[in-house]
Design a protein around this ligand. Structure first.
Ligand code: MLT
Length: 269
């Protein structure tokens, strides 16, 4: 991986291939490796940038107030700083998975000129319910004593389709290993940031770049009905459902996600 010093952090990122830039933004509590299959395939035609968000994978967490965590705006600004540091001036295709999608709404709001196209994968536009927010605050308060392994265990049934868990246990084990190694402070910081996020639904009708919405058939965290609703609000958005996948579509059915991305990207050229 490459690294770059950005303000208070060292950010690690993959930078592979040449051509129009595709920025792949991972979900919670993961790192860039959830995109391994897409990095491999897309980098044959595109310049793929896949960072580890602050505190995740090989990126440092930086100066964080443990009572506030990392607001989603700050992750979005880190991504803009990364593009800036790499002297990428033109608009990019922003691809965000789940928390990477929540960050995507902020990236769109704050760095609109940098967005040529958007891909939202298994994510949500609404804010948390009171119950969802309370669960995040509970995890933020207790993850240091629980350890990241417990977070992995608790999340597994929601991340993967039942079918994946029984027939592809090695995929589930790979993700568990990634989560288990994440710094508990980074987990708490992201939970506080996600808990504080506002409803992004009002932004949707204003999105005026080509947009692709991808969702796993069995996603229970960001359901296909909810994602279809997002697609219906964004003018001209394309909607692709990945059969057999749960929430972790890029990992569970990588070829279908890569195919959807390539079909979309090739039309932008
Ligand atoms: C993710 O996959 O990024 C998370 O499930 C998002 C969330 O906790 O809402």
């Amino acid at each position: 991986m490459n690294t770059v010093q950005l303000n208070d952090i060292t950010l690690a990122y993959i930078d592979r291939g040449t051509g129009p830039v595709v920025l792949l933004v991972h979900g919670f509590p993961l790192d860039h490796s959830m995109w391994d299959a897409q990095i491999e395939a897309l980098s044959k035609e595109y310049r793929v940038i896949a960072p580890d968000l602050r505190g995740y994978g090989e990126s440092s967490l930086g100066e964080v107030d443990d009572a506030v965590g990392v607001p989603l705006e700050r992750y979005a600004d880190d991504l803009a700083s990364l593009l800036n540091a790499l002297h990428i001036e033109g608009p990019v295709t922003y691809v965000g998975f789940s928390m990477g999608g929540y960050i995507g709404w902020q990236f769109w709001r704050r760095h609109r000129d940098s967005v040529g196209a958007l891909v939202l994968c298994d994510t949500r536009a609404v804010a948390d319910t009171d119950e969802g927010r309370a669960m995040r605050l509970k995890m933020a308060a207790h993850v240091a004593e629980w350890g990241a392994g417990k977070v992995a265990e608790a999340m597994e049934p929601k991340l993967f389709a039942e079918q994946t868990r029984t027939s592809r246990p090695e995929l589930v084990a790979d993700t568990r290993r990634v989560i288990t190694e994440i710094d508990v402070r980074a987990i708490a910081a992201a939970q506080l940031g996600m808990a504080a996020r506002v409803d992004s639904t009002p932004l949707l009708t204003d999105i005026n770049v080509p947009t692709l919405i991808i969702v796993g058939e069995h996603d229970v965290l960001s359901t296909r009905d909810e994602m279809r609703g997002i697609a219906e609000k964004i003018p001209g958005a394309k909607f692709v459902e990945i059969s057999g996948a749960g929430h972790m579509t890029p990992v569970e059915v990588p070829a279908a996600v890569t195919h959807a991305l390539l079909s979309f990207l090739r039309k932008l050229k």
